[in-house]
Design a protein. Sequence first.
Length: 294
Amino acid sequence: MSPPHGPDPLWLVLLSAVGAMAQSPNCPAKCTCQYLGVNCTGQQLQEFPTAIPLDTRQLILATNNISYLPSVELNFLSDLVYLDCRENAISEDLDFAFISLNKLVYLDLSFNNLTRVTWSTFSQLSNLVVLKLSDNPNLAEIEKDSFSNNTGLRHLDVSRTGLTFLDTSTVKELPNLKSLGLSENPWNCNCSFLDFALWMKENGVRFPDPKNISCYSPAALRGWPLPEVESKLHYTCLLHLQETDYAFLGLIGFCIFSAGTVAAWLAGICVVLYEFHTTKGEDDEEEEYEEAIT
Ligand SMILES: *[C@@H]1O[C@H](CO)[C@@H](O)[C@H](O)[C@H]1NC(C)=O
Ligand SMILES: *[C@@H]1O[C@H](CO)[C@@H](O)[C@H](O)[C@H]1NC(C)=O
Ligand SMILES: *[C@@H]1O[C@H](CO)[C@@H](O)[C@H](O)[C@H]1NC(C)=O
Ligand SMILES: *[C@@H]1O[C@H](CO)[C@@H](O)[C@H](O)[C@H]1NC(C)=O
Ligand SMILES: *[C@@H]1O[C@H](CO)[C@@H](O)[C@H](O)[C@H]1NC(C)=O
Ligand SMILES: *[C@@H]1O[C@H](CO)[C@@H](O)[C@H](O)[C@H]1NC(C)=O
């Protein structure tokens, strides 16, 4: 009876209903959502996706072209435990990006274009365990106290960045640190680097690839791997005396010499005074004796 042309409208309704169930109403376009996880890997996204469910625990934005993490949208996701932003184009200052993500355990920002990490960038991430910052070729500075509130950190990777220097105090207060990636950075092997290398050795922190940690400057040490550089710097910085050290030693010598002279002089005075006093005492005794006789 019914004309055979065109699909039954009931089918269309059913199909779209099934489609809506598979693609939950709260899932951002181009992403897949399941079990509190949102996966937007490799979708050529230019911007942070909108309409991410607020109870999301795991958010994967890897391999897109996102250049900036909007603070407001991101910080609505306060249950986030796992955030993967690897292989994007993030270059902005991240100082306010993570202010309310204090449950975050895993953060991957590798293969981006970060330039700088400051004390406030990760200061609210007090549960962070894994932090990947590797392969950010323009990352040139990590401020001293950048990880002071991330005491749970176990795995930190800053390999293949533009870092020339990392202050020992940046990682010194991380009692749980087990692995620290430092390879293929243009390290400046001056005496500050020795301090850093010695700390590593003493604290048993593991470098995943120690042979790939080498100096870029000064030119005389270029390409030297860490273990050899450490012993060389040890000699240069701790044993080899600088001109100022000679001046200092000279000054100390002079002080000892002067102190000796003054001490000898004082001792001489004491002896003279003592002798003067005792002879005077004897004279007194003689006088008393004479008085007693007479
Ligand atoms: C996310 O999606 C990508 C590609 O669709 C897939 O390779 C990857 O395994 C997914 N990750 C998770 C944790 O589901
Ligand atoms: C990424 O975005 C930039 C502009 O923001 C564009 O020039 C570039 O082609 C994009 N790359 C990809 C792989 O989409
Ligand atoms: C990275 O950022 C620098 C400026 O900070 C810019 O000059 C450069 O083009 C950026 N690189 C990419 C691949 O976006
Ligand atoms: C350290 O983390 C705690 C908990 O997230 C936060 O309350 C505190 O303000 C943070 N400290 C600093 C210096 O940011
Ligand atoms: C070592 O080099 C870094 C920069 O690469 C510099 O900040 C630091 O002060 C230098 N240390 C010494 C002892 O020269
Ligand atoms: C060390 O660097 C070389 C060349 O850059 C690379 O092929 C190798 O995989 C690296 N080794 C480790 C353990 O990462």
